[in-house]
Write a protein that binds this ligand. Sequence first.
Ligand code: AMP
Ligand code: MG
Length: 417
Amino acid sequence: MAQLSDDCFAFGGPMMSVDEAVGIIAARVEAVRDFETVALGEADGRILARDIAAPLPLPPFTNSAVDGYAVRAGDLPHDKTSALPVAGRVQAGSRAVAAKPGHAARIFTGAPMPEGTDTVFMQEDVRIDEAGRVVLPHGLKAGANVRPAGEDIRQGQVALKAGQRLRPQDVALAAAFGLTRVDVVRRIRVAVFSTGDELASPGAAREPAQLFDSNRFMLTAMLKRLNCEVSDLGILRDERTSLANALKQVAAGNDLILTTGGVSTGEEDHVKAGVESAGTLVLWRMAIKPGRPVAMGIIGGTPFIGLPGNPVASFVTFVHVVRPTVLALSGASAAPPVALPVRAAFAYRKKAGRREYVRVTLRRADDGVLEAVKFPREGAGLLSSLVDTDGLVELAEIVTRVEPGDSVGFFAYASLI
Ligand code: AMP
Ligand code: MG
């Protein structure tokens, strides 16, 4: 990050594409190397610090997949119905027994296969005759309805990889291995400020020309979804010196400093000046709408990102700049979110060379296809446009028009944050 400026255009210079920005972040951000051990119950969402190799096979022993009768397939004729006397009964949790040759054993789901058997007939497929024998239809493949030891995961296989974000199913796998704790990357510490004289904190008195600060709460919530440890540092006034001091003060204790507002080049956009005096600043004019100006820099060795103040621009640039930075800081190997194809129910015109995001709701059309319906208004200040929609349609740099019926790529909000 320290050499960011070498690669960047000044504000007002050529626009930087989203991919370029993400590439620079990935190349320059150094991952935090501090690990901690957490109980499995606290592991969801954390970034795994080390590979986990299976300490035992899964399943650990060969067992029945159904309730039924275990047999040795070789005992049965393969072209006609047969009947075997029943001997033995194994339930889930009971110890494996040896099968009596030429007999079927009553068995239940999850019970270990009796030694000498290899196939299970489902109880629905058999009947018991007058002599108490189990009548078995022919044609069942040897090995049917059996779950061999290790069929899910082999012992020693790397089953969870360093850098992956643990999901509930990953936590389940660690539990299936008998683990109680896992090593994860420590939480990324992020300091968050809003900037602007027009902002009042919810709960404080609001002057007639003020609005309540909403971005700080949105950004904090998004960071918490990334499992960051967030310091909410309130609102900074539009004044260079106090801004610079506040930023300098938090640099030491944090992995990332995040602000919103004040990054355009208007006379009252003081973040630029504040960061320049507290550290090094680079302003990116990103070729993204909503979005555009994003400031990046280094303050006391700590990466700094200044997002625009308009709530929708703030949201979209968070997704494209802050999220990859936090993931890079935590050494996460997360693949970028994947767009799902949906049918546009709107027409749209745009300039080439800029990536645009259209706020949409999804509906199912009469023919069953999912359609994206565009939010009727476009302002980057409209919080309702984020609240009342399901996600974003991404229109690539080369696209200049969308017609109703076109296939477009949709990102659900849940996939972005
Ligand atoms: P700025 O980027 O500072 O020029 O702000 C652009 C617009 O976003 C202005 O209308 C601001 O009032 C608004 N804005 C800036 N910061 C916030 C915030 N934290 N919450 C809500 N709106 C904001
Ligand atoms: Mg401002």
